[in-house]
Design a protein. Structure first.
Length: 253
């Protein structure tokens, strides 16, 4: 508990908490999109389990911080570009995000209503698995950042657990808002494309300041909130209907 008397530890805690909350919002948005395909009675459970599992993964990575740091070592080079374990994970995560977001945009706009019921219906296990896969990418980057900010593992764990608690309290409101507004859901998918592109760039060693990316995302959300407020004043304007899967209960379990 020596960190409690160290002013730099408190500043690091504030910075890490902000970082973890931003990461948590990304997780909630991703979970909101995936969980919407589950039966209504399972969506709330999937959201909570996904957030808790993601937080648990980040704590485990912190406890294995020695291994995580080794991921920064260069494994091979292609031309003048070197690749480490961390960069390969970022590349894989970026490609996964772009693939998933593009597929979801197609299904929402060009797909046919109820196509999911003709295939194997998604399960909580599948949703949590995809959330953990994405969170692994974000967590490795955030753990390496955290190690560079403070040497107190306790500070890092407190930041993670606090952010998980905040997200559990706020996730239902975020989840409801995203799924109630088709334009917000499409904007969220566009954010996933943006983050995926950023991860690929970082995988090739091109650093993009995250502050610029998140500032652009925050401005987009602000504009969309204004748009939603304007639409509400027009009583006869109906929102665009996105294609939604029809879950067949016989295949959902």
């Amino acid at each position: 508990m020596d960190w409690m008397s160290d002013p730099t530890a408190w500043s690091a805690l504030a910075a890490l908490l902000t970082l973890e909350i931003v990461l948590g919002v990304d997780n909630v948005v991703f979970i909101s999109i995936l969980a919407s395909k589950l039966p209504p009675e399972e969506q709330d459970k999937a959201r909570k389990i996904g957030l808790l599992a993601a937080g648990g993964m980040r704590v485990l990575l912190l406890l294995a911080v020695g291994w995580v740091v080794t991921l920064k070592k260069e494994l091979f080079t292609i031309g003048s570009v070197g690749f480490s374990g961390k960069e390969l994970i970022l590349l894989a995560g970026g490609l996964f995000l772009i693939y998933k977001a593009t597929k979801e945009i197609h299904h929402k706009l060009e797909g046919e209503e109820g196509t999911t019921s003709a295939k194997v219906a998604p399960t909580i296990v599948a949703v949590i698995g995809q959330v953990l896969l994405l969170d692994l990418v974000f967590s490795i980057d955030s753990v390496i950042t955290a190690v560079g900010m403070t040497s107190y593992v306790g500070v890092m764990i407190i930041a993670i657990m606090t952010s998980v608690l905040v997200m559990l309290l706020a996730s239902k409101a975020i989840y409801t808002f995203v799924n109630a507004h088709p334009s917000v859901k499409m904007l969220a998918l566009a954010f996933l494309l943006l983050i995926g592109t950023m991860l690929i760039a970082e995988g090739f060693g091109q650093k993009i300041p995250k502050g610029y990316v998140y500032a652009a995302m925050a401005f987009s959300v602000f504009v969309e909130v204004l748009n939603i407020g304007t639409r509400r004043k027009k009583k006869h304007v109906e929102p665009l209907h996105l294609r939604e899967p029809v879950i067949d209960e016989s295949t959902a379990h």
